[in-house]
Design a protein around this ligand. Sequence first.
Ligand SMILES: [Zn+2]
Length: 289
Amino acid sequence: MSELSLLLSTQPVLLYTLVALLGLIVGSFLNVVIHRLPLMLERAWAAECAELRGEPPAAQERFDLLWPPSHCPACERPVRPLENLPVLGWLWLRGRCAGCGTPIPLRYPLIEAGCGLLSLVVVWRFGWSLQTPAALALTWLLLALAVIDLRTFLLPDALTLPGLWAGLALALVPVLVPLRDAVIGAMAGFLVLWSVYHVFRLLTGREGMGRGDFKLLALLGAWLGWAQLPFVLLASAGVGAVIGILLRVAGQLDAGRPLPFGPFLAAAGWIALLWGQELTTAYLRSVGL
Ligand SMILES: [Zn+2]
């Protein structure tokens, strides 16, 4: 063992601090993904539609996760390095662009702080192990997916599909669950929601959920194994229904307007990632098995 790994495996506080800082920095990058990925998809779809209509391709400036550099969308003022510091940058600017005073959404520091906190919980749970980097990667992916779905009702294939493959690849090692559990989990996760979607559509003529939800549950099945799917489904559907009703009663959600399901799946999946084994064991014991 190298000196660094010896140090990190014997000094949990140092490990926790480093992972929490890493989480803050990743949260800052997730803000970019959350803001830009849906815009990148919109641009790609618009270009495809134009191509289908036989229009000449419109000249587009480069726009992806790395380019252009972070700037104020209102006045184009570039974000300076110190202002880019997670949470501190936002506090330093008091939540406003230094150039034009346009408010910077509270979402930015919240996601950075939230990502740091969730990362800390992951390392506290898994410690110095191979599971920690895998669980961190899943945590960050789920956080990005949940917020994108909340804002845009999209669960981009660009995140769900590589995430699904990554979960299967990790099961080859295996890191979190054996390969067999992961493959069955991915298939079952997809099929369950695919069936619910089609039955609901046949009965009501409406779409009860987005197709991205199938892929997200397949992803969770691949990472967590099929045995966690009942918990993930029950918890996400149950909590989703309660919150939907509460929002409707409070007048925050109009009748017929859907609630994105992705954030509930992501949250239940994250809880299953950390405490799924314990929850399953406790449940089986409570029913006398
Ligand atoms: Zn500005």
